[in-house]
Design a protein around this ligand. Structure first.
Ligand code: IVH
Length: 681
């Protein structure tokens, strides 16, 4: 497009209505074309700012004339309406996983298995990068994107269509030549460069940084407001198919060509091989190439190219027999150990943390790593000032694996655990037979921070919005002196904190309020009693049924319970004997925090976490059915939304049924529900 044409695009005079439709149409096509030029051909003709102006103009027209706003308009990709939650979506064909191989021997064995099964000496294979992203399945029907879903459990995933529509590089329609029904699968990723800048911004804003680009991508997709998602430059690479109604080309490599033509981003490079040596050679080449990719990769995927061969090879319940993933060993880097600092955990355990000379590793800069404990440091003879080797495997925090070779200068220092807690100055103890050193001061501020975070975490009190950054601020501001203080936080105090608006403060207070009647087992776990994990908490709740009974139990009574040994019994008894803890429990109760008596049936009720809508004529009264469902833990609401998980459809069900269908809600008949009730008796 020449300059004069661009000019005329923007200098468009004030429009009259009849021209709006034509103009919107033109803009839509123009935006799609620039998207293609930008994403697929990497030859943009206009700047980002100019592109934004086109988008803006189209959005303005669509706002003034909603009837002109198409479902698949490119404006939908920069943020549509927020969605209430993610509804479950069943994949037409399950999303399987891949078998992993870690050695040359296993790759050769894979080749031999495939060749033997097919009865040939050579087999055409495609080798491509294994993208470390978030798996995605797109369902197209009659050329239109019906929905986009995460993997979930492989059978049912979350419907993230609105969020996916904000990703400019993903086409929302297919040309006519495409099969009528087609599931296209791939990985969503956040480019490494964007990951760094997002994390810098998060840290500057006092938020916790994402651990790696995959977590950042997953975190971005979980946002309920597509406008927020649109701010993250997510992208996707496609590498496979699920259900198909028609025919595709006979090979995967040819089918990828088709996907590319339809506008999908596919693997940036492919390698071909037909025997074991060829595969190994391709893996080496891919390994040398992968650092130049904009996304993280953690292996090579080796796939049989012919779809007919794939069909013959079939799949196990978990993974196809025609493909395997060769996982690269985690990247390592050498750097200097500048210092070892101490972190104090919620139970007072002191953990040494390595402070490193910053070093680039697997696409990010590493300046801290775990060192486990003093024994480990001494066993590996690692000293402060040494050159060390660090390793990062996926989302795991980097670890110091060993001392690097080379001479010492003589200035290196042997690390010794401090005798006092670096946070509160309290004495540090090491129990005989344990490797851990502990600070035993129950009001140590470092422990307090960790205890609060644990208390609020998922699986404990599940208070959304209480994370590291906020807790630090609250403790520093003196607003939290113990966990009971959480229930005294006022919106007026919260809004004074950094990055806390009125809405977030109100949401936080609501989340806190909603946590006041936790199931007993979760409450016991949340208290952070030493040695009481989720499973011990559950055992205690089942046995004693009330908080009071647990608190009164003698060590002997506790020890009689299966799975509660002497040390755990002593820890539980000790916790409830402590007058500080008894006061804390009293303060929690005074603030309205009270786990109701434990009811295993209710806690485990089959329908906890589900949201139902009833529609149509049922053989029993609505009230009766509703009560029954509620007793099984279900929530029953009046209208279908994206939060609805089940629809009970009686006779003559109408629009609710249609809506539920369009949202992929699970639909049950009266006889399905009767069956469910029978099972519960
Ligand atoms: S093919 C039946 N190709 O890795 C599964 N998967 O760990 C066939 N992945 O489920 C998948 N890059 O989500 C394939 N180039 C690639 C891939 C890839 C990443 C993901 C995918 C898969 C998972 C298995």
């Amino acid at each position: 497009m020449g300059n004069s044409q661009i000019q005329s695009l923007f200098d468009f005079p004030h429009m009259i209505d009849s021209e709006d439709a034509a103009r919107a149409d033109f803009l839509r096509r123009e935006i799609e074309r620039h998207n293609r030029l930008y994403y697929e051909e990497a030859t943009p003709e206009i700047s980002d700012t100019e592109f934004d102006r086109l988008q803006h103009e189209l959005a303005t027209i669509e706002e003034a004339h909603p009837e002109l706003a198409h479902e698949d308009s490119p404006t939908r990709r920069v943020g549509g309406r927020p969605i209430e939650g993610f509804s479950p979506t069943r994949h037409r064909e399950p999303m399987l996983s891949l078998d992993n191989t870690y050695s040359i021997g296993e790759v050769v064995a894979f080749f031999q298995r495939v060749a033997k099964a097919l009865g040939t000496e050579t087999v055409p294979f495609v080798i491509e990068p294994k993208v470390d992203g978030v798996a995605l399945s797109l369902l197209f029907e009659s050329g239109k994107l019906v929905h986009a879903a995460t993997r979930g459990d492989g059978t049912v995933g979350d419907n993230i269509t609105e969020n996916i529509k904000t990703i400019r590089s993903i086409p929302q329609s297919l040309p006519e030549e495409a099969p009528d029904l087609l599931e296209i699968r791939g990985e969503i990723f956040l480019p490494r460069a964007a990951f760094e800048s997002i994390n810098n911004a998060r840290e500057a804003a006092g938020l916790d940084p994402f651990k790696n680009p995959r977590n950042a991508a997953a975190g971005s997709l979980k946002q309920l407001d597509p406008k927020e998602v649109a701010k993250r430059p997510l992208d996707a690479v496609f590498h496979g198919f699920g259900a198909i109604s028609g025919a595709l080309p006979p090979t995967y490599s040819a089918a990828l060509g088709l996907l590319t033509r339809w506008g999908f981003r596919t693997s940036d490079r492919l390698w071909f091989a037909s025997d074991a040596n060829g595969i190994l050679d391709a893996i080496n080449k891919l390994d040398a190439f992968r650092s130049s990719l904009p996304y993280d990769t953690d292996g090579a995927v080796i796939k049989v190219d012919s779809f007919a061969d794939r069909q013959r090879l079939g799949a196990t319940a978990k993974s196809p027999r025609w493909a395997t993933a060769y996982k690269f060993s985690p990247e390592q880097a050498e750097t200097r150990l500048l210092d070892i600092i101490i972190q104090v955990g919620r139970t007072g355990v002191l953990t040494p943390v390595a402070i490193l000379e910053p070093v680039a590793l697997s696409g990010s800069t590493v300046s801290r790593a775990t060192l486990h404990n003093q024994e480990e440091i001494h066993r590996k003879d690692i000293r402060i000032g040494d050159r060390v080797v660090v390793e990062k495997a996926g989302e795991i925090i980097p670890a110091v694996v060993r001392r690097a070779g080379g001479q010492r200068s003589g200035s290196e220092r042997i690390f010794l655990m401090p005798e006092t807690c670096p946070s509160c100055g309290g004495a540090v103890f090491k129990a005989p037979g344990e490797v851990a050193f502990r600070c035993e001061n129950a009001s140590c501020p470092a422990q307090l921070r960790r205890r609060i975070i644990h208390f609020a975490s998922r699986g404990a009190m599940d208070i959304e919005g209480i994370g590291d950054a906020l807790v630090n601020q609250l403790v520093d501001a003196g607003l939290l002196k113990d966990i009971a203080d959480i229930y005294r936080l006022k919106p007026a105090e919260l809004v004074k904190l950094e990055r806390m608006g009125e809405k977030s403060a109100a949401n936080l207070v609501a989340a806190i309020e909603a946590s006041k009647t936790p199931p007993l087992d979760r409450f016991l776990f949340a208290l952070g009693i030493l040695h009481v994990g989720k499973s011990a908490a559950r055992t205690l709740a089942e046995h004693f049924r009330s908080l009071d009974a647990v608190a009164k139990a003698s060590p002997e009574e506790l020890r009689k319970i299966p799975d509660i040994g002497e040390i755990v019994a002593a820890s539980i008894h000790g916790f409830f004997q402590s007058s500080a803890n008894r006061e804390l429990l009293q303060r929690l109760a005074d603030n309205g925090v009270q786990p109701p008596p434990f009811n295993a049936a209710q806690r485990d009720a089959a329908l906890v976490g589900t949201t139902w809508v009833l529609t149509g004529t049922l053989p029993r009264s609505r009230e009766e059915v509703t009560e029954y469902l509620r007793n099984l833990g279900a929530k029953v609401v009046a209208s279908v939304s994206s939060k609805t998980t089940h629809l009970l459809a009686g006779d003559d069900a109408g629009s609710k049924l249609d809506k539920a269908r369009s949202l992929g809600v699970r639909i049950l008949s009266w006889s399905d529900v009767e069956e469910l009730f029978r099972k519960q008796r």
